[in-house]
Ligand binder design. Structure first.
Ligand code: ATP
Length: 241
């Protein structure tokens, strides 16, 4: 479903990563792990072209995002949801308006259909009673669940998560991870930058380990956590666990 070919990102002369190759199949849950500063967020942001790669291809169902026109890109990006560490909700819009904005504006849904769908989705994360409040009155865990609903409202083919629980109080982490576990069960395709090792171990289909500008390992959680192949991964795991 997603194929990444020879993806390279430089900031001026600083090579963040080079010639990354990877493939994501429908329903895969991928945890992207690696030490701080390895380039995980930069890589994730390239996958939906929030950050433009320096070279390489990102093929979504065979269509290259990097060489697409601006108009094509708008359509392709509707298929790629994104959930950020800091939620990125519009503070001056209600929860409901946050969720319905893109379906109405970008997908051309009617207000009624978009709102019905938003209510249904909010119910699934236990937040339908928050539809009319503003983001400032939500806890971090609630805000992140709304952000996930906002992504889901577009019927994405894949959702990218950039450290979705890192900004949360520890007692709120579980409520967001539970929503993500539920999505995994429903076969949602997800790529997740995370430092939650238990989640990576128990929920992922694949671990991608990034360090020194390379995807050094791409393997099952069982293999990665029990038999890491590279010294970098061994060092990383010895610090994390
Ligand atoms: N806009 C930018 N301009 C220049 N350099 C940048 C920019 N964004 C990121 N970098 C650099 O790219 C490198 C990788 O950063 P990135 O945030 O992708 O790492 P990360 O693996 O996600 O780290 P963390 O786990 O700490 O979030 C860092 O050295 C960072 O300073």
């Amino acid at each position: 479903m997603i194929k990444i070919e020879n993806l390279t990102k430089k900031f001026k002369n600083n090579v963040i990563f080079e010639n990354l190759n990877a493939e994501v199949n429908k329903g895969d849950v991928i945890s992207l792990l690696g030490p701080s500063g390895a380039g995980k967020s930069t890589f994730l942001r390239c996958i939906n072209m929030l950050g433009e790669p320096t070279s390489g291809k990102i093929l979504l169902n065979g269509k290259d995002l990097v060489s697409s026109s601006a108009k094509e890109l708008i359509q392709l990006r509707t298929k790629i949801g994104m959930v950020f560490q800091g939620f990125n909700l519009f503070e001056n819009k209600s929860v409901l308006d946050n969720i319905t904005l893109a379906p109405i504006k970008v997908k051309g849904m009617t207000k009624e259909a978009a709102e019905n769908k938003a209510h249904e989705l909010l119910k699934t994360v236990g937040l339908d009673n928050k539809a009319n409040v503003f983001p400032a009155s939500l806890s971090g865990g609630q805000a992140q669940r709304v952000a996930i609903v906002r992504a889901l409202a577009m019927d994405p083919e894949v959702i990218l998560f950039d450290e979705p629980t890192s900004a949360l109080d520890p007692e709120k982490v579980g409520e967001v991870l539970n929503v993500m576990k539920e999505l995994a069960k429903q076969d949602m395709t997800m790529i997740i930058v995370t430092h939650e090792m238990e989640f990576a171990k128990n929920v992922s289909d694949q671990i991608w380990f990034m360090d020194e500008g390379k995807l050094q390992e791409k393997q099952t959680p069982d293999g990665f956590f029990n038999q890491p192949q590279t010294e970098n991964a061994k060092r990383f795991l010895s610090k994390m666990i």
